[in-house]
Design a protein around this ligand. Structure first.
Ligand code: HPA
Ligand code: ZN
Length: 341
């Protein structure tokens, strides 16, 4: 086993991955055919190419538009977890989905969530990979649409749905617009996170913590511009869900050895590694570990921290968390011994 194989094989938990961004190109093409949705090209893989967040979000919406029946949602949820296991030894994922990208096309919320839950339960049964769901506010929606979405999430809530998050283009739509949606989710017992400071200053992290009540931060790369916010994150033990490849592409850090993730790790922040929109950025959770840890020359000790940070930062119950942590630490240590042998 070489070091790249080791990085691929270490056991992983992922906290930042969007269901709609995990759809295989072949499945996207098949579903578009099934529902007679015209695509700009029959070479769908070539659609997965962009260098701005806006261009990416347009294709993300097109992929979402091919998911219509409950069985479509079941299929993509299952395949997404199957890919995580096969390509990166994924054990457990907390996965985002965007309800309003579906409901605004007339797909009932129940169809979306029941399909996803069926796929997740099948992956648990057949593959032993766990998954929970985080419903994401889409920032380009209005605050009223976001609040109505949260009410819908709370009204039909299988155990798998555990949290509220927020994505979409960050720069034009700051987090404080969605205070009411987050307050309602908190009152309803959902855990809270948000994409922040991926394309905006550190004050968005402060708003997410103080106004929205977020418990994690998705991305967070510009935090190093404000030492006071770094200190606050260190004091609070805040977890950051970082995504090397996606942000290398759309936010202009093509050389991973100079990606701000390196500075965040050096500052002592709790960083986790994630694939964001794996198929849509031609990556997977295994590859994120290989590419980032190779570029930054991280040894096994740092890799072990990445693996276990994700368990510690997850929203599993304490019992499940400590069991998974024990199992993953043992599997990691066995692989490490094999690497050294
Ligand atoms: N950022 C913003 N919006 C998104 C992302 C992301 O990482 N992935 C899917 N939608
Ligand atoms: Zn994301």
């Amino acid at each position: 086993m070489d070091y790249a194989q080791f990085l691929r094989r270490v056991p992983k938990v992922e906290l930042h991955c969007h269901l709609e961004g995990t759809v295989r190109a072949a499945t996207f093409a098949e579903l578009a055919g099934k529902h007679r949705i015209p695509l700009p090209t029959s070479e769908v893989d070539s659609l997965y190419d962009y260098d701005t967040i806006e261009a990416f979000l347009e294709i993300f919406g097109l992929v979402a538009s091919t998911l219509i029946d409950e069985e479509d949602f079941e299929r993509v949820a299952f395949e997404s977890l199957e890919d995580g296991q096969r390509l990166g030894n994924l054990k457990y994922r907390e996965m985002f989905f965007n309800p309003t990208l579906h409901t605004r096309r007339g797909v009932p919320y129940r169809t979306v969530v029941d399909g996803l839950v069926a796929g997740i339960r099948r992956a648990d049964r057949e593959l032993g990979v766990g998954c929970r769901l985080i419903a994401d506010v889409y920032r380009q929606d209005s605050p009223e649409v976001a609040l109505a979405m949260v009410e819908e999430v709370l009204a039909h809530r299988p155990d798998e749905v555990i949290g509220l998050g927020m994505d979409g283009a960050e720069a034009p739509d700051p987090p404080e617009r969605f205070a009411a949606a987050f307050a309602r989710a908190k009152a309803g017992g959902l855990r809270l996170t948000s994409h922040a400071c991926e394309d905006a200053p550190p004050k968005n992290i402060v708003t997410c913590l103080d106004v929205l009540g977020c418990e994690r931060i998705d991305h967070g790369y510009h935090i190093l511009a404000d030492q006071a916010v770094v200190q606050r994150a260190l004091d609070a033990g805040l977890y950051f869900t970082c995504c090397p490849t996606a942000t290398a592409r759309v936010y202009g850090w093509p050389d991973l050895s100079r990606h701000p993730i390196g500075g965040m790790v050096a500052a002592g922040l709790n960083v986790t590694l994630n694939s964001d929109d794996p198929t849509m950025f031609h990556t997977d959770i295994g590859r994120e570990f290989v590419d980032l840890c190779t570029a930054l020359e991280y040894g096994p000790e740092q890799v072990r921290s990445f693996c276990l940070n994700s368990v510690d930062g997850s929203w599993l119950d304490e019992g499940d968390k400590s069991r998974l942590r024990r199992e993953m630490a043992a599997e990691f240590d066995a692989l490490h011994a094999e690497l050294g042998a």
